[in-house]
Structures are given as structure tokens and as C-alpha cells.
Ligand binder design. Structure first.
Ligand code: CTP
Ligand code: MG
Length: 226
């Protein structure tokens, strides 16, 4: 069985203020954290590391797996598409954001097992803890039922054939989704959730870096902004 990970590190980090995938956490570039976790999973044989085109040559990767570097696209979805287009054959494809350095081996393994059981996709999720309301122009229109709401993370794991078909259809229809599963859902794919964690947060702004540094046990050099 061929299992490929698409590790996304092709963004600009506009909300963070720089390309966050390369910032150092405990001396290692952020994207390397995900590689270190993936390295421990024997079943995964291949990694496609998506990088900004201008960084393709210079970025050094440490992995026991076969790592192929691919240039990213304008949107996250374009970066996944570029990576998918380079895969000739595979059984399972896992998409993961390098901006989530604390994804666990278990999250990858649960996704793989769910897809092996026959689901088209398995996505890492945590139940919504806060009340979520729909708001338009600062005015609340309604309160959503929290028991049906989940916060979705990565890794997201799919049958390769299904994800490939979902991407083809999305591009035919000019559909831009906010995650990979949404593309699979719209072609009727059956997607299950696997257990995520509040610690599997995405580093999006500088505040998130403060949290990340706390988790890896490095003292703060600068005072938090709040
Ligand atoms: N990503 C990518 N290619 C893009 C955009 C994003 O590979 N064109 C990757 C990022 O590197 C990140 C992940 O997708 O690991 C999630 O994206 P996000 O957190 O939005 O990162 P950025 O797009 O870099 O940040 P921003 O949206 O603030 O510019
Ligand atoms: Mg982005």
C-alpha cells in the first residue's frame, strides 16, 4: 500500500508577517516538526513538500522518507493541486499543514485506519467548545447548535482516487474550498472525523508563536503583546 503525505509549506504568512513555515522553534524550522512526526510512521513511504517557488532550491530537508519538493501555487488549494498532479499512483494521500507542528502520530494513524476501513476521507477534528453565532454587519442573526459543530484541523486523509477526482471537479467548477474535505464532500464522498486536539492549533499570528514556544519549553524572549 502506497501512502503519500502532502506537507504544505508554500504559503506567504501574510497574517503572521513572514513565511512562518521557516521560523525556528527550538532551533528547528517549523516545517521540520511535521517531518519528524511523519518519519516515525513506517506505513508512510513518500512525502511531497510544497514550498514557495523561490525557496525550492535552498530549503534543506531531514527525512528518512523519499521527499520530493514541489512549487506551491497562489492559494492553498493550488498548492495541493500542484502536489497531487505529481503523484502517479498511490492508495492513500494525507494533506497536512506545516503550520500545525503539534499534530501527533496518532492523528495520522487514525486517518489511515479510517480510510483503510472504507471511508473516502478522515479529517482531524475537535468538538466546538465555544458558542458559535452567525453574525452579519456586527449583528447576530442566529446561534448555531454547538453539538453538531466541529473545528477542523489537519492531517486530512483520503483515498487517492477520490481526492484526485474531487480536485478535478473543483477546478472544472471554479470551486475554492477552505479545506480538502470540502472538495470531497461536494462530489458525495463519505468523510469521517478522527480525534484532534486543542494543541494541534495552526500557527497563524505571532500570538500563536508565543503558545508554540511555551509548548516546546522555550522561555519567552519578548513580552507577550497582550
Ligand atoms: N499554504 C501553501 N500554499 C499556499 C497557501 C498556504 O502551501 N498558497 C500552506 C501554508 O504554508 C500553511 C498551510 O498551507 O502551512 C495553511 O495555510 P495558512 O495558515 O493560511 O498559511 P499562509 O497562507 O502562509 O498564511 P496567510 O493566509 O496568513 O498568508
Ligand atoms: Mg493562507
Amino acid at each position: 500500500m502506497k501512502i503519500v503525505v502532502i506537507l504544505l509549506a508554500g504559503g506567504k504568512g501574510s497574517r503572521f508577517g513572514e513565511k512562518k513555515q521557516f521560523i525556528k522553534l527550538k532551533g528547528e524550522p517549523l516545517f521540520q516538526f511535521s517531518l519528524n512526526t511523519i518519519n516515525k510512521i513506517d506505513e508512510i513511504t513518500d512525502i511531497i513538500l510544497v514550498l514557495p517557488e523561490e525557496d525550492l532550491e535552498r530549503v534543506k530537508v531531514f527525512s528518512f522518507k523519499n521527499v520530493k519538493k514541489v512549487a506551491g501555487g497562489k492559494e492553498r488549494q493550488d498548492s495541493v493541486k500542484n502536489a497531487l498532479d505529481t503523484i502517479k499512483t498511490a492508495d492513500i494521500v494525507i494533506v497536512h499543514d506545516s503550520a500545525r507542528p503539534f499534530a501527533t502520530e496518532g492523528m495520522f494513524l487514525d486517518g489511515i485506519n479510517n480510510v483503510k476501513k472504507g471511508y473516502d476521507g478522515s479529517i482531524t477534528a475537535i468538538p466546538a467548545r465555544d458558542t458559535i453565532k452567525k453574525v452579519e454587519n456586527n449583528i447576530v442573526s442566529n446561534t448555531l447548535d454547538r453539538k453538531n459543530l466541529y473545528i477542523i484541523q489537519t492531517p486530512q486523509t483520503f483515498k487517492f482516487d477520490v481526492l484526485k477526482k474531487a480536485y478535478q471537479k473543483a477546478y472544472e467548477d471554479n470551486f475554492l474550498g477552505t479545506d480538502d474535505a470540502s472538495l470531497v464532500e461536494r462530489i458525495g464522498g463519505k468523510v469521517i472525523i478522527n480525534k484532534g486536539s486543542i494543541l494541534n492549533f495552526k500557527i497563524t499570528t505571532k500570538e500563536d508563536l508565543i503558545l508554540a514556544n511555551c509548548l516546546v519549553g522555550k522561555g519567552q524572549k519578548t513580552k507577550p503583546p497582550i
